[in-house]
Design a binder for this molecule. Structure first.
Ligand SMILES: Cc1cc2nc3c(=O)[nH]c(=O)nc-3n(C[C@H](O)[C@H](O)[C@H](O)COP(=O)(O)OP(=O)(O)OC[C@H]3O[C@@H](n4cnc5c(N)ncnc54)[C@H](O)[C@@H]3O)c2cc1C
Length: 469
């Protein structure tokens, strides 16, 4: 009598798919992994290696002050293959976890190809397979599969283009300057940053000279009116932004009783109201210039940018409409989605969601229940965001501290309200709370857990992951 070994299918051997395949294989299921490169290349990849880093070689800032630092530690604790390859190929890079890119993806390729539970198929997948599956085909998912996904989820649920505006941490907005209101007092759903004529002119001058990221040849930026970048709107004339996304009509500033000369509006992005995006401010400005321009907006002088605006080709699902927090498609049980296609942003986030999707698909194949990490952990915060973010204008997200709960005001660190704490004091507490919750959760779920080394506190400015060059 032959015993049938439970198996899953993983599509795409990028950051998410390679991690998913190895996580599932470690749980004892057999994995059929499909990767179309090098037979069919994407416009961004250069090799046939797995987990290729297509642009920067950084997996983000490290240590207990960094949201990526917490995610790195969570992944190390459950034996993430991407973190093992990154640690083995790291380069000196100050506060960031940078890696030697060829060495990194060669290690990942070796780990996948040599695993006895993984069979690699070098071919493009054009339809959705039956059985437990992880789809991890990334921002440049091949057309035929993308068309299948559109058929499955509906016309409007798969985006092919990312025209994203910066997202700001609420706690960094100066509400002494900004005010809550909707146009013509219809609602108080928006945060508005009012500008005088002088402030508008200074802002316009900065926008005119700010440098844009030069698109790759394959990213033909054909703007449709609805998602034109703010710098392009400005290029059409000094008054154009003031008659477009910066129009002040109907926005009565409670401090003056009048409409300002111009205004920037922010819309709530998450359920708790800790992340706000600039309405109509999709932008391809370089990140340094983008920050300088945003911080010229009254009320945003100290803005903490949780996610920079980007303009590039990107295939991603409207996660809050189609996925749950375990990364399973709501309308197709047994099919999980990971990486950029699931609405995340970044190498590390792709790998982490790959680990969870691979683990859950393998558990499903083994007849076990699916898992969702605790909300205090960075991975739990990210997947809950994917499940519950505002589905209107959904934008992919990278990890940040606003994804996990604040430290409650009753916590002893506030000394009964006598102490006011800054980021540097709060974040190590959030780091320890998140890692502790994640490790306990993983142990309760029966996983092999190794406590990661003590975090390094990296002082100074938060390390930015380099924007696409
Ligand atoms: C140009 C560009 C630059 C970026 N730069 C950065 C950066 O600097 N830092 C950062 O953190 N993030 C960056 N990102 C975002 C993101 O982190 C990376 O794209 C990351 O590789 C995403 O991981 P993934 O696993 O979702 O997709 P990928 O790593 O792209 O993996 C998807 C895999 O699926 C394969 N595939 C696609 N369709 C099929 C199919 N139908 N059948 C079989 N195989 C298929 C592809 O060949 C690919 O190997 C960038 C994205 C792009 C597009």
């Amino acid at each position: 009598m032959t015993t049938l070994i439970p198996f899953i299918t993983v599509i795409g051997a990028g950051l998410a798919g390679s991690e998913a395949a190895l996580a599932a294989a470690r749980l004892g299921v057999h994995v059929h992994l499909y990767e179309m490169r090098p037979v069919k290349m994407t416009p961004a990849h250069r090799s046939g290696n797995f987990a290729e880093l297509v642009c920067s070689n950084s997996l983000g800032g490290q240590g207990e002050l960094q949201a990526k630092g917490l995610l790195q530690s969570e992944m190390r604790s459950v034996g993430s293959a991407v973190m093992q390859a990154a640690d083995a190929s790291r380069l000196p890079a100050g506060g960031a976890l940078a890696v030697e890119r060829e060495g990194f993806s060669e290690r990942m390729t070796g780990a996948v190809r040599s695993h006895p539970n993984i069979t690699v198929h070098g071919e493009e997948v054009t339809g959705l397979p039956e059985g437990y599956t992880v789809i991890a085909t990334g921002p440049l998912t091949a057309e035929a599969l993308a068309a299948e996904l559109t058929k499955l989820t509906g016309e409007d649920q798969l985006a092919f283009y990312d025209a994203a505006a910066p997202v700001i941490a609420f706690e960094s907005i100066d509400m002494e300057v900004a005010f809550r209101a909707g146009r013509y007092e219809q609602s108080a759903d928006y945060i508005n940053c009012p500008m005088t004529r002088e402030q508008y002119e200074a802002f316009y001058a900065a926008l005119e000279t700010a440098r844009s990221h030069t698109p790759h040849d394959w990213e033909k930026l054909e703007f449709f009116e609805g998602c034109m970048p703010i710098e392009e709107i400005a290029r059409r004339g000094k008054e154009t932004p003031r008659f477009g996304p910066m129009k002040p009509r109907g926005l009565t500033d409670p401090r003056t009783g009048r409409w300002p000369y111009a205004a920037v509006q922010l819309r709530q992005e998450d359920q708790e109201g800790r992340m706000w995006s600039l309405v109509g401010f999709q932008t391809g400005l370089k990140w340094g210039d983008q920050k300088a321009v945003v911080q010229l907006i009254p009320g945003l002088e100290n803005a903490e940018i949780l996610r920079y605006g980007v303009m590039h080709r990107n295939t991603y699902l409207n996660a809050p409409r189609v996925l749950d927090a375990a990364l399973e498609l709501r309308d197709r049980p047994g099919t999980f989605v990971a990486g950029v296609l699931a609405g995340t942003e970044g190498y590390l986030e792709s790998a982490a969601t790959g680990w969870l999707a691979g683990t859950n698909a393998a558990r499903a194949a083994l007849g076990l229940g699916k898992l969702v990490p605790p909300q205090e952990s960075m991975l739990g915060g990210l997947t809950r965001y994917l499940e519950s973010a505002n589905p209107k204008n959904f934008q992919p997200m990278n990890v940040n501290w606003a994804l996990v709960p604040e430290i409650p005001a009753t916590d002893p660190i506030y000394a009964g309200g006598r102490k006011k704490l800054g980021k540097r004091e709060k974040r190590p507490v959030m780091y320890r709370r998140g890692l502790g919750a994640f490790v306990d959760w993983a142990q309760d779920a029966g996983m092999d857990v190794t406590l990661p080394p003590e975090p390094v506190t990296v002082l100074g400015e938060e390390t930015l992951v380099a924007a696409p060059a």
